[in-house]
Ligand binder design. Structure first.
Ligand code: HSE
Length: 344
């Protein structure tokens, strides 16, 4: 079988970048006719290296594990900034994993536009540019004849977007409801088990679920970003972040959780998108669900989305919603989608 090699430039080398690198180190994709080679890594804090013939994924991970930086990596080019890494390397695919900013989408938005303008595929786990500028980026990608991969922005490696856009779209999705933030679901689950909010949050941070600034998780901003992505990509809406009614979980007390438990109910942070006669409406709200409700049993960092469709009724997808390998896998899905497209 012919094997196509895809050269990757990784922008951001935190949990997700390292998760992707670990998958590339450990798994062989030649049975799919593809090989993924990391040629460049650029991280604001850890440093920047480029080798046109490829960097060793094991060495990259070891350098971070030992020193927390890429300083010890031998590479002919180093210290390039993100833009130069995107424009001047031989990468075919730019993987955008810098920190999420849901107000401006920057710097990721500029990184992705630059990649597309230079005829490079762009795949990302960064929700900012997708929630804020998806239509513009998609148009640019189409004009340039390259692909835009966004699967990891909702439910990490669990293929919620591909399921909705490719497999359920003809069944007509009328409503989407789900648990789309792993950190808050993890915190609520641990609080039900008797832990404090603070210790549950710090556990979620150490497991790599939380955003760099966890306010984005606990105040519901991250879930709002995902709800906007679901509405715009799956329902053809043009929602903006401010169109979504939002309440986070910080107002919930141990007493609220205990009262619900005694009544046979559970608090969950539920994101909802619904087609109404007035257009598409969306919200993120803590909601008390009876234990018998399918979403009430979804525990820890697990996410779940129920798609209500005209033709199939309800279809529910349950799976990981955060984590380094889990989110890294979403990028593998996007890479294989680029590869399949190339085969056609
Ligand atoms: N902070 C996010 C979460 C990461 O907890 O769900 C995945 O988008």
């Amino acid at each position: 079988m012919n094997v196509n090699t895809y050269r990757l430039a990784l922008i951001g080398f935190g949990n997700v970048g390292q998760g992707l690198t670990q998958i590339i180190r450990d798994l062989d994709f030649s049975e799919y006719g593809a090989k993924f080679q990391v040629v460049a890594v650029c991280d604001l804090l850890k440093g920047s290296v480029y080798h046109p013939d490829g960097l060793d994924p094991a060495e990259l991970l070891e350098a971070i594990a030992l020193k927390g930086s890429l300083e010890s990596i031998h590479a002919p080019y180093r210290d390039w900034d993100a833009i130069r890494t995107i424009t001047d390397t031989n990468a075919d695919v730019v993987v955008e994993m810098s920190y999420t900013d849901l107000k401006t989408g920057e710097p990721a938005f500029t990184h992705i536009r630059t990649a597309l303008r230079h005829g490079k595929h762009a795949i990302m786990t960064n929700k900012g540019p997708v929630a804020l500028h998806y239509a513009e980026l998609k148009t640019l990608a189409n004009q340039q004849g390259v692909e835009l991969g966004v699967e990891g922005t909702v439910m990490s490696g669990t293929p919620s977007l591909r399921l909705g856009t490719e497999l359920l779209s003809a069944a007509r999705i009328t409503k989407i409801q789900g648990i789309v933030n792993g950190t808050t679901n993890y915190i609520l689950t641990r609080m039900e088990q008797g832990n404090t909010y603070e210790s549950a949050l710090s556990e979620a941070q150490s497991k790599g679920y939380a955003e760099a600034d966890p306010t984005g998780d606990v105040e519901g901003h991250d879930a709002v970003g995902k709800v906007v992505i679901l509405a715009n990509l799956l329902m053809g809406a043009s929602l903006r972040i401010n169109d979504v009614d939002r309440t986070g979980i910080t107002g919930l007390t141990v007493q609220d959780i205990e009262t619900a438990r005694v009544a046979g109910e559970r608090w969950k942070l539920i994101g909802t998108v619904e087609k109404t006669s007035a257009g598409v409406r969306a919200s993120v709200q803590p909601t008390r669900l009876p234990i018998s409700h399918p979403l009430a049993g979804v525990a820890g960092a697990t996410n779940a989305i129920t798609y209500t469709t005209q033709l199939l009724g309800e279809v529910t997808l349950v799976g990981p919603g955060a984590g380094r390998i889990e989110t890294g896998y979403a990028l593998i899905g996007d890479l294989l989608a680029i590869h399949r497209k190339k085969q056609k």
